[in-house]
Design a protein around this ligand. Structure first.
Ligand SMILES: [Zn+2]
Ligand SMILES: [Zn+2]
Length: 351
């Protein structure tokens, strides 16, 4: 198979700074579209990936980026869903097996043959190249794995919806956040700030549980009804038994039993952040109140489109800071220091 070279930013080795390089993109297949990438979000998991911290190794060089927004620049001969000029996004996966129960149910994110946007070898055996992500000028993807970005959403602030947005939308929808429901969002970062906006737009009563009150003004402005500091033990007494749903976006190890105590009967704590170490759950924290501890991973294609349409309808986008590509390494340091409100987005024209 022939390939075209495009400019990208890649980590050449684990923990090495990202640098400008070129990578191959395949020629357009029958159902492929060529995306002229405009913006690419920086997700915390990009940093785990290039530092090889998640134990799944790495086929360096790695081009991260799974919050991709751009415009269709060319289409394969049998493409029907998109035309040149359409605004599209790509999230965490670019293909799946298409035949398993998960794929048939629109839960492609749980397909075991899913092809990740970054650093996976082609599971469906199409071109044998590792996948390179969105820190690049162009991407070739099957039309069925791209999403339509509504005109109401600016491409830069829409990019983070493809991971941060759907990561929160899916559990909030699945566990039915809405009017009459009390929802807590743990952590007000890239993920959490989208959780506050989306849960509020769904009609839920939203509480932010953050380590300190440092971002309280932001939290209330973004749609939270209440804001508590988890460094204050009184918070856990005041809110005991309160919530129907808690979404935990923090990737540090927290005392989850204390958070389970904040759930009412039949409440659910959903883990979204991935701490380095296993978490400890005291069985009584679940047994008392028939509580559940659950996980959730991004969302399927149809649900991701539903999320984008929901965000357009409600005027929701990420709070972003747009950067030039030569500031990616600096941005990583600031993400690690929680010094971003709330998502960095790379302007792909600077690659
Ligand atoms: Zn992500
Ligand atoms: Zn499948």
């Amino acid at each position: 198979m022939t390939h075209t070279s495009v400019a990208a930013y890649a980590a050449p080795a684990p923990k090495a700074p990202l640098e400008r390089t070129t990578i191959p993109r395949r020629e357009l297949g029958a159902h492929d579209i060529l995306i002229d990438i405009k913006f690419s979000g920086i997700c915390h998991s990009d940093i785990h990936t290039v530092r090889a911290e998640w134990g799944d190794g790495g086929n360096f060089p790695i081009v991260p980026g799974h919050e991709i927004a751009g415009v269709v620049a060319a289409t394969g001969p049998e493409v029907t869903r998109y035309a040149v000029g359409d605004r599209v996004g790509v999230g965490c996966f670019v293909d799946s097996c298409r035949t398993c129960d998960n794929c048939r149910a629109g839960l492609e994110q749980y397909c075991t043959g899913e092809l990740g946007t970054v650093n996976t070898y082609d599971a469906v055996g199409r071109d044998g190249e590792p996948t390179y992500g969105g820190y690049a000028t162009h991407l070739v993807v099957d039309e069925n794995y791209a999403l339509r970005i509504p005109d109401a959403l600016p491409l830069d602030a829409a990019a983070p919806l493809l991971c941060a947005g759907i990561t929160l939308y899916s559990p909030l929808a699945h566990w039915k956040a809405g009017p009459g429901k009390k929802v807590a969002v743990v952590g007000l970062g890239g993920l959490g700030h989208m959780g506050v906006k989306i849960a509020h737009a769904m009609g839920a009563e939203v509480t932010v549980l953050s380590q300190s009150l440092r971002k309280k003004d932001d939290g209330l402005r973004l749609g939270a009804d209440h804001y508590y500091a988890t460094s204050d033990p009184a918070t856990f007494e005041a809110l005991a038994g309160t919530f129907d749903l808690i979404v935990n976006t923090v990737s540090a190890n927290l005392d989850l039993n204390a958070y389970l105590g904040l759930l009412g009967t039949d409440g659910t704590l959903v883990q979204l952040g991935v701490p380095e170490n296993p978490v400890a759950i005291a069985p009584f924290a679940l047994i008392r109140g028939r509580r559940s501890f659950a996980g959730s991973l991004i969302g399927g294609l149809a649900e991701t489109q539903e999320m984008l349409d929901f965000c357009a309808e409600h005027g929701l986008t990420a709070e972003i800071e747009v950067i030039a590509a030569d500031r990616i390494n600096e941005a990583y340091e600031r993400v690690l220091a929680s010094d971003v409100r709330y998502r960095f987005v790379i302007d792909a024209s600077t690659i």
